[in-house]
Design a protein around this ligand. Structure first.
Ligand code: C2E
Ligand code: MG
Ligand code: MG
Ligand code: MG
Length: 282
């Protein structure tokens, strides 16, 4: 079917694309409503210090409790949120929620006060003129100490908007907020930004960790990233550790921190606290 656009112009109607576009539009409308109706939830995944086997902090990861579709993972709605700009209020809500949660656990004496919370920031949030004001407000409101807060930004987000990001990261450093580069090694970036940006942590993308296995003895770029971090006084988190062999190899390589299903999946707050009460240590 083709729809006339007048003057002999025709717009080819593709039913498959049309269905996808409708689905997307529906999801966007739903997401806007879901945010207002408080359908978003934050789950928390432990980050473990590999030398001691103790939990050092948590990553906050958003999910959507959709009334009909059930729990939707961020991979299915964050891209839509990024495109539509909804990521700005969503990201702000996640930050507020995660900081309040950590502070509440601290006050209740449920966690060691040195544990940090790591929150993902989208490149769209860095383009907002009031990001720093929002962060200041969240810290004041939650009364969370800034050095308990880590913000994760991907390498590709830095490359997209290097100037704004540089200014903001410097301001964050002044406040003693910590910075992680997420999905490190996947961004095809020049590494020069690492010199001029105040970065505390490199998160080795899980694709590197998943390639670790005993047979191949091929550790890929992981040792390079670890020594780069050491030289630059940064710590390293290996993401996506699922197998004890991967943990063993990473420990041998003196990787500082790890995160993955081997330790724990991202958990709702209450479940995480139950899990912690079993005093897990690896
Ligand atoms: P990310 O920031 O790189 O987060 C790590 C992802 O790896 C999470 O997926 C986590 O559940 C998953 N993961 C952790 N350990 C393992 C493992 O052992 N095996 C496997 N296969 N996966 C593991 P999740 O929660 O689905 O989040 C996906 C991405 O969505 C995140 O990747 C991040 O880019 C984005 N995201 C999540 N929450 C937020 C948010 O609040 N704001 C923004 N801007 N992005 C978010
Ligand atoms: Mg992350
Ligand atoms: Mg990551
Ligand atoms: Mg990732």
């Amino acid at each position: 079917r083709a729809k006339a656009l007048g003057k002999g112009q025709y717009h080819i109607f593709d039913p498959v694309m049309h269905a996808a576009a409708l689905e997307r539009l529906q999801l966007e409308t739903d997401l806007r409503r879901g945010l207002e109706q408080q359908e978003l939830v934050v789950h928390y995944q432990p980050i473990v210090a590999l030398n001691t086997g103790k939990i050092a902090g948590f990553e906050a990861l958003v999910r959507w409790r959709h009334p009909q579709r059930g729990l939707i993972p961020p991979g299915l709605f964050i891209p839509i949120a990024e495109e539509t700009g909804l990521i700005t209020p969503i990201g702000y809500w996640v930050l507020l929620e995660a900081c309040n949660q950590l502070r509440t656990w601290q006050k209740q004496g449920l966690i060691d006060p040195s544990l940090f919370i790591s929150v993902n920031l989208s490149v769209r949030q860095f383009a907002q003129p009031n990001l720093l004001e929002q962060i200041d407000y969240v810290l004041a409101q939650s009364q969370l100490h800034p050095d308990c807060l880590k913000l994760e930004i991907t390498e590709s987000a830095i490359m997209d908007n290097e100037k704004d990001v540089a200014v903001i990261l410097k301001e964050l450093r002044k406040r003693h907020i910590l910075i992680s580069i997420d999905d490190f090694g996947t961004g095809y970036s020049s590494l020069s930004y690492l010199h001029s940006f105040p970065v505390d942590t490199l998160k080795v993308d899980k694709s590197f960790v998943q390639r670790l296995n005993l047979e191949s003895e091929n550790v890929g770029l992981i040792p390079v990233i670890i020594s780069l971090a050491k030289t630059m006084n940064m710590s390293v988190v290996a993401e996506g550790i699922e197998l004890p062999e991967q943990l063993g190899i990473l420990r041998e390589l003196n990787c500082g921190f790890g995160q993955g299903y081997f330790f724990a999946k991202p958990l709702p707050g209450e479940e995480l606290i139950k899990f912690l009460s079993l005093t897990p240590q690896w």
